[in-house]
Design a protein around this ligand. Structure first.
Ligand code: HEC
Length: 303
């Protein structure tokens, strides 16, 4: 029985949590030149880290972000639930401007790191072409959670921040489904170089495998790593043994198009039904995974 032992740290944690919000509710502006503050432990409505190519530049509370980018209410099509929802949101560009200045516009990608291991990589160009928002609450004040119908109806926390888009009237955004809509965002990072050297197919890979790589980055890398690069919400798919080596190809296709037809209670979502040329996309994804099975790089080794 360990109940007596586990209660002591819990009390300590509660005391800590009780002491911290007062600090978080009086945010002081952090000048760009100040040394990077230590990353704060995440609490409900807690602090968000902002990074520039692995360097922490700012750690800001939600209260501070609300002061620099005034909140509004926005109706979005919620692909995780298949219906419309109204969220309280902060305009993403205003947040990026205030935190990074003009620097974010020169970056190549913006990476959103989530508490559940999800790692969304969104091209900067997408933020120039479409209106993105950082949601922090439901408009009707319900707890900031949702039943994720794409993930076996799992009840998930959305806070502290959730990236949403003004997608209701945009076919292009609706087609990209939930892939660029990470929730539980705890860090936002600018990337100017190639973020995935170990995930890139070898020079002599076929054009089919190269197209598959583009799809993999868009639809899979947020949850899965290849050679240690990518999200950690799902398992590594290539190192040391590739999924193409132990899953029969017909079953690999089924993992991608309908994972619950293999494991009834899996939380992996099938490849979005709204994705154009879906069959071809799946074939190209498998060609990419096959190409990577002969391009293994030790995640712990030098790139
Ligand atoms: C939202 C996160 C998420 C996304 C997106 C996702 N997966 Fe998964 N995937 C998972 C999880 C979690 C598992 C483990 C499932 C289980 O064991 O029930 C998994 C399992 C798998 C497996 C089986 C691995 C094994 O060894 O059992 C394969 C293959 C796979 N995913 C491929 C893909 C591909 C290809 C894509 C992109 C089209 C993709 N996944 C997108 C979360 C995700």
């Amino acid at each position: 029985m360990n109940t007596g032992i586990s209660r002591i740290p819990l009390i300590l944690i509660l005391l800590l949590l009780g002491g911290l919000p007062a600090q978080a509710s009086q945010p002081a502006p952090i000048p760009a030149s100040a040394p990077a503050p230590a990353p704060a432990p995440l609490q409900d409505g807690g602090n968000i880290e902002f990074m520039d190519n692995s360097q922490i530049v700012k750690v800001l509370s939600l209260g501070y972000l609300e002061a620099i980018a005034p909140p509004l209410s926005l109706q979005v099509f919620e692909p995780h639930e298949g219906r419309k929802r109204v969220y309280r949101v902060l305009p993403a560009r205003s947040v990026f401007d205030a935190v990074f200045g003009n620097k974010w516009k020169e970056a190549k990608e913006i990476v959103f790191l989530s508490s559940d291991g999800y790692r969304a990589t969104v091209p900067v160009a997408k933020f120039a072409g479409h209106e993105a928002f950082l949601a922090f609450a439901h408009d009707d004040g319900r707890p900031f959670m949702m039943v994720n119908t794409l993930q076996n109806n799992e009840l998930v926390q959305l806070g502290p921040l959730y990236l949403v888009w003004d997608n209701v009237n945009s076919e292009a955004l609706l087609e990209s489904g939930a892939s660029d809509m990470p929730y539980q965002i705890r860090a936002v990072e600018l990337k100017s170089g190639d973020s995935f050297p170990k995930m890139t197919p070898p020079q002599d890979a076929s054009s089919q495998a190269r197209r598959g790589f583009v799809h993999f980055r868009k639809y899979c890398a947020s949850c899965h790593a290849i050679n240690g690069e990518g999200g950690t919400k799902g398992p590594e798919l290539n190192f040391p043994v590739s999924v193409t080596e132990y899953i029969q190809s017909g079953y690999l296709k089924r993992w991608i198009e309908n994972p619950q037809s293999i494991r009834y209670n899996t939380t992996m979502p099938g490849l979005g039904k709204e994705i154009p040329r879906r069959e071809q996309v799946i074939e190209e994804l498998i060609a990419y995974l096959e190409a990577m099975s002969i391009a293994k790089h030790d995640p712990a080794g030098v790139p």
